[in-house]
Design a protein around this ligand. Structure first.
Ligand code: C5P
Length: 224
């Protein structure tokens, strides 16, 4: 059977914490990748640290959202890093998505649908007329047309995304305990795998508090 796959979100601006997260989440039981986002990448030594990592699956979650020329140039600036996945907002539009996909070579481009921190009320406030599930369905068609490699969506939309998009699905907003933090569309790990997600993204449920203990707890949950 294929191993379950988890990206640990290394959301910190401290190299020492990043090292600790990586050290305390080593296992052969499941496949682990590390997701670095804005906080870490923008930190003083962040990029250098990422470039020093060897033999890791690296997911750079920069959520690019700009005009085609800028997103492609930004991606090219990352060429020296051995990253496996890079995120772009699907709301950047078709031209930007196609342009980045054309130039991405070995980097898998993951399209970000509506953020897991937003619900219907938030969308209305921003000015969207569609509800979350309709908007995500719409966004996924763009990802398919632009031939992106992966979709980032909440657990709530996995099943509807899978009907349209046949490649990898990455799911953030995963909570081991009941605490939601700032997330609104959350799901438990096993429910997201059962719904068909390929990779789960887990951050604070593991990295807040005792990392080793939290990680052991996660491995136990995934065994059931
Ligand atoms: O701590 P938590 O598990 O909520 O972290 C989730 C991670 O996934 C964060 O790094 C966040 O930036 C990222 N993410 C998300 N929702 C998306 C895309 C990425 O929460 N739609």
């Amino acid at each position: 059977m294929n191993k379950k796959k988890i990206f640990i979100a290394v959301d910190t601006n401290k190299i020492s914490k990043a090292r600790r997260i990586i050290r305390d989440t080593q296992t052969n039981e499941i496949k682990i990748g590390y997701k670095f986002g804005l906080e870490f990448f923008y930190s003083k030594e962040g990029r250098k640290f990422i470039s020093s990592l060897k033999n890791q699956i690296i997911f750079l979650d920069l959520k690019l959202n700009d005009i085609p020329n800028t997103v492609v140039s930004a991606m090219k600036s990352l060429n020296s890093l051995k990253i496996s996945y890079l995120t772009v907002h699907l709301s950047s539009g078709m031209s930007a998505l196609k342009a980045i996909r054309k130039e991405s070579k070995n980097i898998k481009i993951a399209g970000v649908t509506t953020l897991t921190s937003l619900n219907n009320k938030d969308l209305k406030e921003i000015g969207y007329n569609k509800k979350v599930n309709e908007l995500v369905k719409h966004q996924v068609k763009l990802a398919k047309k632009a031939k992106l490699d992966a979709i980032v969506c909440s657990g709530h939309e996995i099943r509807s995304v899978k009907r349209v998009f046949k490649k990898e699905i990455i799911t953030p907003g995963i909570k081991i305990h009941t605490t939601k933090n700032d997330q609104k569309r959350v799901m438990k790990p096993m429910d997201a795998f059962t719904a068909g997600s390929d990779w789960l993204v887990i951050g604070r449920s593991i990295t807040n508090g005792n990392i080793k203990k939290n990680f052991k707890n996660l491995l136990e949950i995934l065994e059931d």
